[in-house]
Design a protein around this ligand. Structure first.
Ligand code: ME8
Length: 529
């Protein structure tokens, strides 16, 4: 039995629409989920929205609507975008859902009971117009680093999570679990951060300054501040759906009790993989593990922080007007080509720079020329020389065996690259197989054999090429699910969820009627769409 696979994206703020960066993380999670399903793992893929807090409250005020209306409108934009981008999430969590509010409140109460949450004084530089606290380090000459207006010293009662108590434990844990924070550079970054003394974490705001949040169960004059609420979403979604209240027990007994009583949580949680951008590494690799530990829950299997997408080398930002909208690109190149581009172009641990030429050249070379053209040549030749039916292969020669071996031996390394979260490498391997099939056709020249009347030889060549292409399409399916389904349909295969057995040589049935259709990746993109 395979281990289950529980993959999460960050839950995105609903103050603005999804852009290229959000699309990247979500497509990567989707691709990993689809590969896991191909492996036969019991897979749960979670994404969602982070709806409480100042950012959303302020965005709503600017649009003269309520925070709930703001959240509802943006959630639609996220869900529409994910639907268009073929995102196969099993769950979509909104932090305003009652199922989540009950988890947050009972977790807060559990930590309050043990003193892991306590009342204290929060002091800092406050920017009144921005409604935001800054530290000594942030403030420049008494001015807000964001808006440049004067800040004032403010002290107010708030609630804190005793994060400092878990610093030594966290360092030991990270050191003992090399695969916990990935890639290695991010792990080192977290260990470096933990060399300074860890403070406690302010987890509340008084409701007269922020009302859009989950009320503290032990002080209704306060709401919990975003991260305590947001991070717990991963636990909420792993629980068996239930309308019953979560029993309030102290500290670590909270998580232990849940694990004992909820078999879904117990099965999923230890296999959880959090996919995040590097911007939220500290919250996930420092706040979250200490919160989980205090609550008596084990750690997720892995926190993977990918790099940053810039646009032509510059940070994407609204004020620079260079925000890339994923659906605009999907409209031009097609959804799957856009997904392919995102996955092929970024090495997950590093930053990447977007530019339009890059996507156009990937499209032309890998997709239109290598892959799309191969399918159309093959289908045309099967039509012309084999009566439109996948031929029955005759005796295999060395050159056929070489292609079969190449196809069979590329499967292992491709899946291993995916397990290491190097989807870009996996794609490079799959496309290399496609190129090998093109070279094979050049070498074996079935059109010359056909002219010479060598029917059996033509049958073997076209079967071998088509079967190798089918295998490549199974490997590429998690990245381009819709286009690869079309490809398989062209080879006369029925639509079905891809399974491990599809990765075995010889699954293409002779006799299947091939289908000539529109090009898989039209060369003249503008004209075709
Ligand atoms: O931080 N390049 O939400 P958020 C790559 N609500 N990825 C990017 C990116 C870019 N330029 N811009 C955004 C939050 N992302 C919190 C998370 S989780 C418990 C709470 C992606 O809407 C990347 O995954 O600001 C990043 O971590 C995330 O969007 C931040 O989304």
């Amino acid at each position: 039995m395979n281990d289950p696979f529980y993959i999460t994206t960050p839950i995105y703020y609903v103050n603005d629409e999804p852009h290229l960066g959000h699309a990247y993380t979500t497509v990567l999670a989707d691709v990993l989920a689809r590969y896991a399903r191909l492996r036969g793992d019991d897979t749960v893929f979670l994404t969602g929205t982070d709806e409480h807090g100042q950012k959303v409250e302020r965005a709503a005020r600017e649009r003269a609507i309520t925070p709930q209306q703001q959240a509802d409108a943006m959630v639609m934009r996220f869900q529409e975008t994910w639907d268009r981008l073929h995102i196969s999430n099993d769950d979509f969590l909104r932090t305003t859902q009652p199922r989540h509010v009950r988890v947050v409140q009972s977790a807060l109460q559990a930590l309050w009971e043990t003193g892991d949450i306590y009342a204290g004084v929060y002091e800092g530089w406050y920017c009144v117009p921005d409604e935001r606290f800054w530290t000594d380090k942030d403030v420049v000459d008494g001015l807000c680093p964001d808006c440049g207006r004067p800040v004032e010293r403010l002290a107010e009662k708030n609630y804190f999570f005793r994060m400092s108590a878990y610093q030594d434990w966290l360092v030991d844990y990270i050191e003992a679990h090399p695969g916990f924070i990935r890639p290695e550079t991010r792990r080192n970054e977290v260990l470096g951060f933990l060399r300074q003394l860890l403070g406690d974490l302010c987890i509340s705001r008084p409701i007269d300054r922020l009302s859009w949040g989950i009320a503290l169960p032990f002080d209704p004059e306060y709401v919990t501040y975003v991260w305590f609420d947001a991070l717990l979403n991963y636990v909420t979604a792993a629980l068996t759906p239930s309308p019953l209240p979560i029993p309030v027990v102290k500290g670590e007994d909270w998580g232990r009790g849940l694990l004992e009583s909820d078999s879904r949580l117990a099965a999923l949680w230890p296999h959880c993989v959090h996919l995040i951008g590097k911007d939220i590494l500290t919250t996930h690799a420092v706040y979250w593990p200490t919160m989980l530990h205090a609550l008596g829950l084990p750690q997720p299997r892995m926190i993977f922080a990918h790099g940053w997408w810039n646009v032509e080398g510059i940070k994407m930002s609204k004020s620079l007007g260079n925000v890339v909208k994923p659906l605009d690109l999907a409209d031009i190149y097609g959804v799957d080509a856009f997904r392919y581009f995102l996955m092929r172009e970024m090495t997950p641990g590093r930053d990447a720079s977007f530019n339009l030429d890059l996507i156009a050249s990937r499209y032309r070379s890998d997709l239109a020329n290598d892959l799309g053209n191969l399918l159309s040549r093959l289908v045309t030749m099967i039509g012309r020389y084999c009566g439109g039916q996948v031929p029955t292969p005759d005796a295999e020669t060395d050159v056929d065996a070489a292609l079969r071996t190449k196809a069979e031996t590329v499967i292992g390394p491709t899946l291993e690259a995916v397990e290491a979260l190097l989807v870009n490498d996996a794609l490079a391997l799959a496309i290399e197989l496609v190129r090998e099939i093109n070279r094979y056709l050049e070498t074996t020249a079935p059109w010359l054999r056909a002219k010479a009347g060598e029917t059996a030889r033509v049958a073997t060549i076209l079967y071998t090429a088509a079967e190798a292409l089918r295998l490549a399409s199974v490997l590429l399916n998690p990245v381009m699910p819709e286009r690869m389904t079309v490809l398989q349909r062209s080879l006369g295969l029925g639509e079905h969820p891809q399974q491990r057995e599809d990765l075995v040589w010889g699954m293409l049935q002779p006799g299947n009627a091939v289908v000539t259709g529109e090009p898989l990746f039209p060369r003249d993109i503008e004209a075709a769409r």
